[in-house]
Structures are given as structure tokens and as C-alpha cells.
Design a binder for this molecule. Structure first.
Ligand SMILES: *Cc1c(COP(=O)(O)O)cnc(C)c1O
Length: 363
């Protein structure tokens, strides 16, 4: 079997132990004689699977009782519409922070339903920093404030949680750093994340929403896009993404065994530290485009000073079993996504390759 380290931004690497467990249970889940994919979503076997997944996620994130956990579909992208449809209520506008590609898409979609007030933007410097919170022009009467805690494409991460000033609920797209570091859920009105970065397979979106924000959907909201409908039905209004929920549940168990989010955050700090140190100590051969305090610990974006070497870098990396390192077409360069499931050995292998490559190609 070919062994590679997969640095894809998403769908992304999954824990080897989880895949092996899924394989061992593929034909017969816990003596049921069925594959999870074949089960009725309302049968007692699948009920146990989804119940355990929610239970373990609640434990990992210490989700307070007055929050619902929803297992939805449509990706994080569908949330860009569901948020204003469900949370605008009798307000007129929402506040957003614009820090890159995903913020911009969230803004574009929200504009179909609400007045969108961009409280701060780092577009002036090509999304290389997070504007200081003191400078944000917030509306005390906004329905909510939306931000993207980790910009997957730009490699930019918020080092802080914004305040929920004036009681305006905080809404966060955590797709690419969910479960990677400790967050206090009680500071948020709503957190959402597409699964294929740090949770499991694509096809599943996790939404954590404070109960008092439910029940305010605009009358034209399609049934399937109404949080209240899914909350009332325990994510079983229609057939949920059963297999992705099962894999997500295995990932949650794996995280618990490894010491929960605190343990994972320490590993993530170490992995990102190794990689950024290699970039910084390359005498400019590699460089990061993002201001130091805001460099993502999940998506390490970097460039080569000599851009003509980029194709060689990628093909040599691939020969060394280091794959999917090409940056997003919107920003170019390289991107190493080092989500929870990327073992430290993978990062060490990449660092050692980068140092060799720089030695060989330095003039
Ligand atoms: C990947 C990603 C999305 C889009 O997710 P889909 O599941 O493809 O809709 C949105 N926001 C962020 C931060 C992402 O990383």
C-alpha cells in the first residue's frame, strides 16, 4: 500500500485508526449483520450511533445544555443562506468581519436577505491580518456578528474570540479549525462547521446553536433550511447523512482517547511551530505571506522566493510521499493543511523535505 502524507485542505486526512475501525466494522456493525450505510436512520442501531456522536461532541466541547447540536447537510456554504434566513428575525442588518475568501462568500449570500455591515476588512492588505477589534465599526442593533475563525485559503486565523458587545450574538464559521483548540461555546450564539476539514467525510455540517435564537425564521424560509425544524426532530426531519455522522462519531471518540481538545491543541501548536520555524529559518527561500500573530495553525500557506521552482517543489514533494501541497488557485504558492488527523511525523517529514530542497536549490 502506498503510504503518503496528505496535506489536502478538504476533504482532508482522517485519523488512520478511525479508518481502520470503520473498515473492520464495514460489513457487520457491532453484530448487527449490517453495514452502517444500510441501516434505517430510525432504527435502534443508528439511533445509538447518532446519540453517541452528539454525546461525545458535547463532552469534548463542553457544550452547555441550552445549545442544540444539529447534524445537517449542504456544507458550510448552505449556512451562508440559513444564517440570515433564521437569525435576522425583526432586525434589518447583520455585522460581518471580512478576512478573506470564505468571509466574502458569506457576505455575498447574506446580502440576498439582509443589509450587511462590514465592520472591518483586511482586504486592503490582501487579507494578511485580522483588523484590531477596537477599530471595528459595530452596529448595536445588528441581528448577529459573523466571522470566519480560520480562513482556509488565505491561511489566516483569529487568535482571539470577538466580544459579543451589546448582546449581539456571535456567529462563527469554524469549518477549518473546529475541535483544533479550546473555545468557550457559551460566548457564541451559533457555531458551524462543514465536516470535511476536521470532523469527517463531506456531506455533513455540524451546527451548534443557542436555543433562544431558534423560532425566528423568515416566513419564506424553506422547511429544510429552518433550524427549528431540525432541532425539533433531533436532526431526523429527513434522512441525515448517516455514514458521515458515524465516521464523525468515531473521530470524536478518537479525540477523547487522545486527551480531548486540550491535548489536540498542544499537538497542533507543536506541528504548526515546526513548520513556521522551518519557513522562518530558510533565509528567505520560503516565506509566509501572513502577519505573524495571525498565521493559521491549520492551513500553513507559504511561498518560494523563486516562484519558478514551485512546480519542481510539488513534484519532488510528491515523489517523497508528500501530496496535495499546492495552494488554492486564488492565492497560489503552497499550502500545507495540518488538521488534527495529520500526525506530527507527517509535519516532520515535510520539514525535512523542505530543508533538503532549499539546500539543493539555493544559489
Ligand atoms: C471549506 C470551507 C467552507 C465551504 O464548505 P463546503 O462544505 O464546501 O460548503 C466554508 N467556510 C470555510 C472556512 C471552509 O474552510
Amino acid at each position: 500500500m502506498a503510504k503518503v502524507y496528505n496535506f489536502s485542505a478538504g476533504p482532508a486526512v482522517l485519523p488512520h485508526a478511525v479508518l481502520a475501525e470503520a473498515q473492520s466494522e464495514m460489513l457487520d456493525w457491532h453484530g448487527s449483520g449490517m453495514c452502517v450505510m444500510e441501516m434505517s436512520h430510525r432504527g435502534k442501531e443508528f439511533m445509538e450511533i447518532i446519540h453517541d456522536a452528539e454525546h461525545d461532541l458535547r463532552e469534548l466541547m463542553q457544550i452547555p445544555k441550552n445549545y442544540k447540536v444539529l447534524f445537517l447537510q449542504g456544507g458550510a456554504s448552505l449556512q451562508f443562506a440559513m444564517l440570515p434566513l433564521n437569525l435576522l428575525g425583526d432586525k434589518k442588518s447583520i455585522d460581518v468581519v471580512n478576512t478573506g475568501h470564505w468571509s466574502k462568500l458569506a457576505i455575498k449570500e447574506a446580502k440576498r436577505y439582509a443589509n450587511v455591515n462590514v465592520v472591518a476588512s483586511s482586504e486592503d492588505r490582501n487579507f494578511t491580518y485580522v483588523p484590531a477589534e477596537e477599530t471595528w465599526q459595530r452596529d448595536p442593533d445588528a441581528a448577529y456578528l459573523h466571522y470566519t475563525s480560520n480562513e482556509t485559503i488565505g491561511g489566516l486565523q483569529f487568535p482571539f474570540i470577538p466580544s459579543s458587545a451589546n448582546g449581539v450574538p456571535l456567529v462563527c464559521d469554524m469549518s477549518s479549525d473546529f475541535l483544533s483548540r479550546e473555545v468557550d461555546v457559551s460566548q457564541f450564539g451559533l457555531i458551524y462547521a462543514g465536516a470535511q476539514k476536521n470532523i469527517g467525510p463531506s456531506g455533513l455540517t455540524v451546527v451548534i446553536v443557542r436555543e433562544d435564537l431558534l423560532g425566528k425564521a423568515l416566513p419564506s424560509t424553506p422547511t429544510m433550511l429552518n433550524y427549528q425544524v431540525h432541532a425539533d426532530a433531533d436532526s431526523m426531519y429527513n434522512t441525515p447523512a448517516t455514514y458521515p455522522i458515524y465516521i464523525a462519531g468515531l473521530v470524536f471518540k478518537w479525540l477523547k482517547e487522545l486527551g480531548g481538545i486540550k491535548g489536540m491543541a498542544a499537538r497542533n501548536d507543536e506541528k504548526a511551530g515546526l513548520l513556521y520555524h522551518a519557513i522562518e529559518s530558510s533565509n528567505g527561500f520560503y516565506y509566509s505571506t501572513v502577519d505573524a500573530p495571525f498565521r493559521s495553525k491549520m492551513n500553513v500557506v507559504f511561498r518560494l522566493k523563486d516562484e519558478s521552482l514551485e512546480d519542481t517543489f510539488l513534484s519532488e514533494a510528491k515523489k517523497n510521499g508528500l501530496v496535495q501541497l499546492k495552494g488554492h488557485r486564488a492565492v497560489g504558492g503552497m499550502r500545507a493543511s495540518i488538521y488534527n488527523a495529520m500526525p506530527i511525523e507527517g509535519v516532520k517529514a515535510l520539514v525535512s523535505f523542505m530543508m533538503d530542497f532549499a539546500r539543493q536549490h539555493s544559489s
